[in-house]
Design a protein around this ligand. Structure first.
Ligand code: G6P
Length: 610
């Protein structure tokens, strides 16, 4: 939520900030702004709406400055408008502050500052920071000290940056709970919410940790704790190219990411399969494997699409590893004083590795002594670093707000973990080999599914005006029904519900008539015959049926109005295949409706507020 970027060097910061903000727009796009300082003069430009609007305004102004900070907002406190856009300033307008997170005690701080004579222009929590820092600057503290003293009075979460016209040689950045990286250049330095914003300029980054403050000049950076202890930070080399974060000729990131799945899924398993031994090799788990295998219980916790992947993981692990698995929304796990012990392993799944609810649940589970594992996509993200061990999904950067390739890669990694544990717990070599051999075939099977793109586009055209959709599945494909419904509602704004197919008769069946499209996720498997009966029940009530099923399943063709066929695979891998036609269906419906699929209203890709 909210993207922040900053530059100090010798070049003009304005295009660097705009480019960085465009790459961070997935974090929020309610408003955008930049604050620049040039020869002691401070200039602020901000507006409601997207970065492209800000870019147009800046082009007219023709500004130049070697020091600046920029922000793209996902509104929490205060509606999306120009006053509430960042940067926020002090009364003199010579201090700029940008912030990602929530200052929880902002009301009481605001009351105190108003008593001291400060006037507020916005409804945001962030403006409090600007005036609070100013209250220390006015007592002649230098900017770094003023920020530090202000942060000592603040409760809540922040990734922030501040620049001050009277000290035009530095950016001050600080982090608690919201991600922040320093990009280290030659004679120039950067700050950003994530590396994608600065990758065009440097591949050397320092990840700030919670409770740290950085003083960044053109040539140098110093990092200390908010409590003023200087610390040595490691410089990480980013192994990602700019091409990977561009659209690569596709009209939307979402389509590019759907189409990338043969490669992203291959990358998730690359170097991790031992074919002859019928097992997986996961370096990140080596040190904790005995403890994981001997867990009395595994809890998997996540939010959104990652939570749907967790549900599939439950089916995989209980079927093969025979360890009891519970799946919890991170936001619920955190606040109910969960019973977790040292005998449990808790796996947190997060594409971004920054989701605030997931991180809070992780800290809660850690405090109770469980083994903490992370399954993340973003390398070096907070959840990855806070976990005791883990596995990266290596899906590559996912920019579209609706998660697609991260989901299928999460499923691959969950399958690898399941295989590893199961082989240690007595799964036969032959069975292990069968799983490995089938997993290797999955990328080619995805390629075949992607060939249905045109067909799915035509189908989408037919259904784009539906007001409601029902998605039904059983067993491994019940979570796929949930995920299919989520994809549709988040980008097309059509109300969609996912349900276990058998539960339909306990309520949703009342909704079915000729205007209700029902998507059945029905590949062959343990519950296949049962789901055919559910399809009959919908047919009997006039519902229009789209079914996703196996390529050789003629019976499904007879029952459904439309069928989308996937190649056969073993049941545990069916969600990887069945989810893809549903991603394409949601995508084409939203595009057909003329909606912005990469940046759906009200959503953000990385939700760093609880
Ligand atoms: C947001 C995104 C979803 C994502 C969820 C969890 O809601 O829009 O696509 O599934 O957060 O994110 P995470 O990064 O933790 O997987």
């Amino acid at each position: 939520m909210c993207g922040i970027v900053g530059y100090i060097g010798t070049k003009n910061s304005v295009p660097i900030l705009i480019d960085g903000l465009k790459r961070l727009e997935y974090r929020g796009y309610d408003s955008a702004g930049v604050g620049i300082i040039n020869s002691g003069e401070s200039i602020l430009v901000k507006n409601k709406g997207k970065v492209s609007l800000l870019e147009e305004r800046l082009a007219d102004l023709n500004l130049s400055s070697p020091l600046g900070i920029g922000h793209t907002r996902w509104a929490t406190h205060g509606i999306p408008n120009e006053q509430n856009a960042h940067p926020h300033t002090n009364q003199d307008g010579n201090l700029f502050v940008i912030h990602n997170g929530i200052i929880e005690n902002f009301q009481s701080l605001k009351r105190g500052l108003i008593k001291l004579g400060y006037n507020f222009k916005s409804d945001t929590d962030t403006e409090v920071l600007a005036h609070l820092i100013d209250s220390f600057l006015s007592k002649d503290y230098p900017l770094s000290k003023a920020v530090q003293m202000a942060l000592n009075e603040v409760d809540g979460a922040y990734g922030l940056a501040a620049i001050y016209a009277k000290e035009p040689d530095k950016i001050i950045a600080a982090r608690k709970g919201s991600p922040l990286v320093i990009g280290v250049g030659e004679g120039e330095n950067f700050i950003a919410s994530d590396v994608s914003a600065i990758l065009a300029h440097t591949k050397k980054v320092i990840y700030l940790d919670d409770g740290e403050l950085a003083i960044i000049t053109r040539e140098n950076h110093t990092v200390k704790t908010i409590a003023d202890k200087e610390i040595e930070k490691e410089i990480h080399e980013i192994n990602m190219s700019l091409d990977e974060i561009d659209k690569g000729g596709y009209p939307h990131f979402m389509l590019k990411e759907i189409m990338e799945q043969p490669e992203s899924v291959s990358n998730s398993m690359r170097g991790r399969l031992l074919v002859d031994e019928g097992t997986a090799k996961l370096g990140g788990l080596t040190d904790v494997l005995d403890r994981l295998v001997n867990s009395k219980r595994i809890i998997i916790s996540a939010c959104g699409t990652s939570w749907h992947a967790a549900l599939v993981g439950e089916y995989m692990m209980e079927q093969y590893a025979r360890i009891p698995v519970e799946v919890e929304y991170a936001s619920e796990l955190r606040y109910r004083n969960p019973i977790i012990t040292g005998d449990d392993s808790v796996i947190f799944i997060s594409q971004s590795g920054e989701t605030a609810d997931t991180l809070a649940a992780l800290k809660e589970a850690k405090s109770k002594g469980a083994l903490i594992l992370g399954i993340c996509n973003v390398v070096g993200s907070t959840i990855a670093r806070e976990s005791q061990a883990g596995v990266y999904i290596h899906a590559g950067p996912e920019i579209g707000v609706a998660s697609t390739k991260a989901f299928t890669s999460q499923l691959v990694v969950l399958a690898l973990i399941t295989l590893l544990i199961s082989r240690r717990k007595g799964m036969s070599l032959a069975d292990g080999k069968a799983v490995v051999e089938e997993l290797i075939k999955i990328p080619d099977k995805i390629k075949l599914i992607l060939k249905m793109n045109d067909e799915i586009e035509r189908l989408a055209n037919e259904f784009k005006d539906a007001k409601n959709f029902l998605y039904l599945g059983r067993g491994y494909n019940f979570p796929v029904a949930l995920e299919g419904a989520l994809k549709l509602k988040e980008i097309s704004y059509i109300h969609a519900e996912g349900y276990p197919a058998a539960e339909m008769k306990h309520g949703p069946i009342a909704l079915i008539d000729e205007d209700m499209p029902v998507v059945f996720v029905a590949p062959k498997g343990a519950t296949y015959d049962k789901i055919l009966s559910n399809i009959e029940e919908v047919r009997a009530r006039g519902g229009r049926i789209i079914a996703v099923g196996d390529e050789k399943d003629d019976e499904l063709d007879n029952l459904a109005d439309y069928t989308l066929k996937i190649p056969e695979t073993i049941e545990m891998f069916t969600p990887i295949l069945t989810s893809i036609p549903l991603q394409l269906l949601a995508y084409h419906i939203a595009v057909n409706k003329g909606l912005n699929v990469d940046q759906p209203r009200n959503l953000a890709k990385s939700v760093t507020v609880e």
